[in-house]
Design a protein around this ligand. Sequence first.
Ligand SMILES: [Fe+2]
Length: 148
Amino acid sequence: MAQALGSMESSNVEMFPKEALREQPNTLRNPVIFYLGHIPIFEDIHLARATKPLQPNRRIINKFLKELSDTLDFREKVCARIAALSQMQKPWQDRLIGRALWIGFEHEGLHLEIFLWMTLMSPNILPPPDIPRPDFIRMAEQAVRNLY
Ligand SMILES: [Fe+2]
C-alpha cells in the first residue's frame, strides 16, 4: 500500500510539471493535484475508523489540497503510518485495520489507472522518472526482421 501511494506520488509529481498539476486533462475528472490529497485523505479516513486519525480536523485536511508541500507532507505521514502498520501483526489480527488497508490499496490502484488514462490526454506529460526510454525505432526494426 505504501508502495502504491509512492508510485502514485512519483507519477503525479514527477510526470506532471508543477505548473501543470492544476491541469484537468479530462473535464469529467478532477484536476491532477486533487488526487495527491484525495488518496491519502481517503486512506486516513478508513484508518481513522479502524484506529485513530492522523489529523482529526477534516477542514484542515481539505486546506492541504491547496498547498502542494502540505499535501505531500500529509501523504508522507500516511505512507509512514501504512509502512509502520505493515511491519506489525495488527493488519492480520485486526480485521478493521486489514480491511482499511485493503480498501486503500484498491482505491489507490483505481486512481492510478485513472491517472494514467489522464496522462494520455495531457499535452504536458513528462516521461516516467527512472525508467529508460524505449528505443522504438530499434524495436520496430527488430519486429520487421522477425516477420521474415
Ligand atoms: Fe477516490
